[in-house]
Design a protein around this ligand. Structure first.
Ligand code: ZN
Ligand code: ZN
Length: 367
């Protein structure tokens, strides 16, 4: 979600693609925000009448209990659905709206009625190529879906509101999995590479992709459209702040703060971890932020240095040190930040990072 992406697709019916930096509320109102959402106006209302008591138990000869499950529990859904797909992967983005069949779930899978899906910048790159491992035809992108389980062999998840996460499965025993780097597992299955994506009304996916949304979230007044960003850029931001070991009162610099990941990184560092945040980005990008209220994710906003050499760099570095001092309210030893998190892909963002942090500081590069 770093750049504007307008899909080359003619949209009909009541699937609506909203532009970058905006999202929709449940009453259809367009709001400013970090999430870009495709709102799919599904009309199938949940009709949860599956009853746990309907399971019949009986003792077998060894006195263990055997459950007789209903054939395949579920809520009503159509045989056909609308999906935004790439008929033939090529060098250019080529997305079309088509009617396709809803796939029945296998064991370990579930059919999810998609309520919202975010559009991530990565979906554009997932839809051209084909990249290694991607299907060449009829590829469905999208990896920030929120929806409702409508069919599964597992009766206890029917009706649950869930998120569909990028990482569908990892092996659990390779060197990366053992080190907790599950997204680097060579045997991983992810959405939308190996598993069909969320740009469709009903996605059939492995249950291991699903993240049940907390009841507190569903019962509150949080707009679920905003939560789609938590499934990609939000979780990336959280992992980066954790890696930076940000704690109360630390000064954390976020480079690339105008992008979606940078924005959420600043917000999480400040509002959740209690850090003080210096946001940095190119001058052309911070002009827009300066005209807004940015206090919930940045304490001090600085323009990126034009160069990492000479007086321009010295002047920038001096401003950086003054900002750290100001955020510490002149307490303690004069020093640079405790951590810098780079959420930008431009080469210049990675220069002289060691001078952003104090001794023992952390440098975290996202992506
Ligand atoms: Zn993404
Ligand atoms: Zn693994």
């Amino acid at each position: 979600m770093i750049a504007t992406w307008t899909p080359h697709v003619s949209l009909g019916g009541d699937i609506v693609v909203h532009p970058f930096n905006s999202t929709v509320s449940s009453n259809g109102e367009l709001k400013k925000g970090t999430a870009t959402a495709v709102q799919i106006h599904n009309t199938v209302e949940p009709d949860i009448n599956f009853d746990k008591e309907s399971l019949q138990y009986e003792a077998n000869s060894s006195e263990s209990m055997v459950a007789k499950l209903p054939e395949m529990p579920g809520l009503p859904f159509p045989l056909m659905q609308r999906a935004i797909l790439t008929p033939e992967m090529g060098e250019n983005l080529n997305l079309v709206l088509e009617n396709i069949a809803v796939r029945e779930p296998d064991h370990g899978e579930a059919v999810i009625q998609i309520l919202y899906t975010g559009i991530c910048r990565s979906d554009a790159s997932f839809s051209v190529g084909p990249g290694s491992g991607y299907p060449k035809q009829n590829h469905i992108a999208g990896h920030e879906g929120i929806g409702r389980v409508v069919k599964s062999h597992d009766p206890f998840i029917i009706g649950r509101t869930v998120g569909i996460r990028y990482l569908g499965k990892s092996c659990g025993f390779c060197i990366y999995c053992i080190r907790g780097l599950f997204t680097s597992c060579p045997s991983q299955l992810n959405v939308p590479k190996h598993i069909t994506g969320t740009f469709q009304e009903y996605a059939t996916v492995p249950i291991s992709c699903l993240v049940p949304l907390p009841d507190a979230l569903l019962q509150g007044d949080v707009d679920l459209a905003f939560c789609t960003a938590a499934l990609c850029s939000g979780s990336t931001a959280l992992v980066s702040v954790r890696a930076a070991k940000a704690s109360l009162g630390d000064v954390v610099i976020v480079v690339g703060v105008a992008g979606a990941i940078g924005h959420l990184t600043g917000a999480i560092a400040k509002e959740v971890f209690g850090a003080r945040v210096i946001g940095i980005d190119l001058k052309s990008k911070i002009d827009e932020i300066q005209s807004q209220d940015y206090g919930d994710y940045i304490d001090i906003l600085l323009g990126a240095p034009e160069t990492d050499m000479g007086d321009a760099w010295l002047s920038f570095h001096s401003m950086l040190m003054q900002s750290c001092e100001k955020l510490r309210r002149n307490h303690g030893v004069r020093r640079a930040a405790e951590a810098v998190i780079v959420a930008s892909s431009s080469f210049s963002a990675f220069q002289r990072l060691d001078e952003y942090v104090c001794d023992g500081g952390r440098i975290v590069c996202v992506g």
